[in-house]
Design a protein around this ligand. Structure first.
Ligand SMILES: NC(=O)c1ccc[n+]([C@@H]2O[C@H](COP(=O)([O-])OP(=O)(O)OC[C@H]3O[C@@H](n4cnc5c(N)ncnc54)[C@H](O)[C@@H]3O)[C@@H](O)[C@H]2O)c1
Length: 293
């Protein structure tokens, strides 16, 4: 990293806690913060993932503490607090990356209260609990950064996932108000609304041809997001580089939300998705009506 930038990032010996730190995005965040000089607490429910990320952090010469716990439970967050108290004694940057739709897709009228509760615990309640546990220390030290994870699906619609989408939007609302409350303590709170980024829980990215080469039809940047794309945004929001942005949800989606209902074909854009293949430069498509050429 450029020396002037690394001085501004100023993460040396800062302590970063990442919930879901064994995940695709959480793991990339742990590695990037470690490379930038931070010590890291990697907290996740899956031991193999925790071990892998802890090893990567240690390889970069920083201290890592792994915690295997169910962070959607009160006890899990309690274990995280104990682990932090015993290891580093403080948290400077809190990244809340646990969150899933938990395969609950389906008609809302067929869903059950148990589904809603599980979605609440995975996507919103654990964010409340983790912030509640670590904000007092940040206020006391007069510096802190919190990065929460929402989703573009909390902003646009998520068909068959109304309750998940509602809790992701809840993350944005909580982030905004907490940010305003904490701003004068130099504790900055932001969220990232992700879309189309390779991860463990979203596994449909390896498509056969011709589908793989059509990715650019619906993701303006022309590719899926990598966890490192998101980690760099977290590094900005969660470090000394960011001194002025708080209460915002940064949309990190390769342009999908801005494109809305527009799709790019090799030859042009269309807002009629059923015509996407009609715009492929194929022999059989050459006789399109004049307005569609
Ligand atoms: N990848 C995307 O395109 C995308 C889209 C929208 C939102 N998001 C959000 O980004 C965040 C990061 O997800 P990701 O994409 O890296 O997914 P991921 O599946 O790769 O990582 C999530 C991690 O959270 C851990 N986890 C799940 N439940 C847990 C629990 N109860 N206690 C402790 N750990 C638990 C999992 O073991 C996993 O390692 C999530 O909040 C997700 O909702 C991602």
């Amino acid at each position: 990293m450029d020396e002037r930038i690394s001085q501004t990032v100023a993460l040396d010996d800062r302590v970063v806690v990442v919930t879901g730190g064994g995940g695709a995005i959480g793991g990339a965040v742990c590695r990037l913060f470690a490379e930038s000089g931070a010590n890291v607490v990697v907290a996740d429910i899956l031991v193999d993932r925790v071990d892998e990320v802890v090893a990567a952090v240690e390889e970069s010469g920083r201290r890592a503490v792994g915690l295997v716990a169910d962070l959607t439970s009160r006890d899990g967050i309690g274990e995280l607090v104990t682990s932090v108290d015993r290891s580093f004694g403080r948290v400077d940057v809190l990244v809340n990356a646990v969150g899933e739709h938990l395969s609950t897709a389906g008609a809302f009228q067929d869903s059950h209260e148990g589904d809603w509760q599980a979605l609440y615990e995975s996507n919103l309640l654990h964010v409340f609990r983790a912030c509640h546990a670590f904000v007092p220390g940040m206020i006391e030290r007069g510096w802190g950064r919190i990065v929460n994870f929402s989703s573009v699906e909390g902003i646009r619609a998520a068909p068959a996932l109304a309750v998940y989408a509602a809790f992701k939007r809840g993350v944005d609302g909580f982030t905004k108000s907490l940010a305003v409350d904490l701003a004068r303590h130099s504790v900055l709170v932001n969220a990232i609304a992700v879309d189309k980024t390779r991860s463990y829980q979203v596994d449909h990215y390896e498509l056969p041809e011709p589908y793989a080469s059509l990715t650019g039809n619906w993701i303006p940047v022309g590719r899926y997001g990598e966890p490192e794309d998101i980690a760099r945004i977290v590094l900005f929001l969660g470090s000394g580089l960011n001194t002025w942005i708080t209460g915002q949800t940064v949309i990190a989606d390769g342009g999908t939300l801005s494109a809305g209902g527009w799709y790019r074909t090799p030859e042009r854009w269309t807002n009629q998705p059923l015509l996407v293949q009609y715009f492929e430069p194929l022999e059989e498509n050459q006789n399109r009506p004049p307005m569609l050429r």
